[in-house]
Design a protein around this ligand. Structure first.
Ligand SMILES: Cc1ncc(COP(=O)(O)O)c(C=O)c1O
Length: 388
């Protein structure tokens, strides 16, 4: 098919030409005396993306899934009890990772499409008088449903319960796109990957660790090897990595961080909010429902759209891909067939999204859901014009 492919899954996202060009260069010696400049600069410039002053960032050749493992194994002891909310496929997988590593998980099950009520976390911690729960695991932005949790509220509930559990946050589809306040929200470990808000190919896993959690790394008895943060600290302090780093990705990250900081993190979050609102207005104009019920918790990085009863979201996705060269996100886990998703994060702007919305309308028709041609596009256009 001629012309550009339209990539609107919620990760991997579009890689800007600037980042592609930065990655397209010869390899170099990662033990040279010039290398620390790159390492130190990356670690320094990652901090404001996390909203961290006190936290310490780390970079691995890995993905978000690896970072779940790094967060858990560096801060918790074998068999520790943790509290987690399950409200979509990624929070489910975070819990599954913890269970497979032998942690005992107290699960709060929440309807898929809803955010986690901070009161539920507070009540579970308040009931744990013996402080047996060592950490709270939370996905900030559930990519499977397009729901964003109120992390400030959750921190408040934890503080009110006067419970010392660590707060381990999955920010895979929020960090680099949405407002993220590592210090203010008292996050202990935040994790993310390179293929979403960072506008890069998958391949880097990143995390930020609070001084409190760093203290536990030294004494923690959980067996670790590749994801052990101790050798990272030792080498990063000197400007190096304990293994051969993913050099092309590091060059790409340098450029991506420059782009994020040129725009400014507050503006990045505002752009995502504006673009997301256009998509939500389009869905409303189509007469379709969002899986995220509460307007307050609707995600600014991904929108999950429910197809009418008797229709199959997989047909929408397949027609979009095969006929219109448009990649939409699928319904994950129990949402498969009921939901399709539009990713609106990373290197996107209003005109790109209008193209994606036009393509979605065509694919909806192909799948037997005849929304009025142009209705969603017009609603989004109006909003983008008004809010420009
Ligand atoms: C919220 C969230 N957590 C974790 C993951 C897993 O990350 P990865 O696919 O980079 O391993 C994803 C992937 O989409 C995600 O959206």
């Amino acid at each position: 098919m001629s012309g550009r492919h339209h990539l609107f899954v919620p990760g991997p996202t579009n890689v800007p030409d600037r980042v592609l060009r930065a990655m397209h260069r010869a390899q170099e010696d990662h033990r040279s005396s010039a290398f620390p400049e790159l390492t130190h600069g990356l670690l320094r410039d990652l901090k404001p993306v996390f909203g961290a002053n006190d936290g310490r960032p780390f970079i691995f050749a890995a993905t978000g899934t690896g970072m779940w493992e790094a967060a858990l194994t560096n801060t918790l002891a074998p068999g520790d009890r943790v509290l987690a909310a399950r409200f979509g496929q990624f929070s489910h997988l975070f819990i599954d990772t913890a269970e497979r590593l032998g942690f005992r998980v107290d699960v709060i099950d929440v309807e898929w499409g809803e955010a986690v009520d901070p009161g539920l976390i507070g009540a579970a911690l308040a009931a744990d008088k013996a402080h047996a729960i060592k950490a709270v695991l939370l996905v900030h932005n559930e990519t499977a449903t397009g729901v964003t949790n109120d992390l400030a509220g959750i921190r408040e509930a934890m503080d009110e319960a006067r419970h010392p559990a660590l707060l381990l946050v999955d920010g895979v589809s929020s960090i680099g796109s949405l407002d993220f306040q590592f210090d203010v929200w008292g996050v202990d470990v935040a994790i993310c990957g390179s293929q979403k808000g960072f506008m890069m190919p998958a391949g880097l896993g990143m995390l930020c660790v609070s001084p409190e959690a760093l203290g536990r790394i030294e004494t923690n008895r959980f067996p670790r090897a590749y994801f052990d943060l101790r050798p990272q600290i030792l080498h990063n302090d000197q400007g190096y990595f304990p293994y051969t780093p993913a050099l092309a990705h590091l060059f790409g990250l340098r450029e991506a961080l420059d782009m994020l900081h040129e725009e400014g993190m507050a503006q990045v979050a505002a752009r995502h909010a504006r673009l997301a609102e256009g998509v939500r207005r389009a869905v409303h104009a189509w007469g379709l429902q969002l899986i995220a019920r509460d307007p307050e918790s609707r995600s600014n990085t991904v929108t999950g759209i429910v197809v009418p009863d008797g229709k199959d979201a997989r047909h929408v996705i397949d027609h979009a891909f095969r006929r219109w060269d448009l990649a939409l996100g699928s319904g994950l886990g129990r949402l498969n067939g009921r939901v399709f998703r539009i990713g609106h994060l990373g290197d996107v702007n209003a005109l790109m999204l209008l193209g994606a919305l036009a393509g979605t309308e065509l694919a909806l028709h192909d799948a037997g859901i005849p929304v009025p041609y142009g209705a969603g596009v017009a609603a989004a256009q109006r909003w983008y014009h008004e809010s420009a």
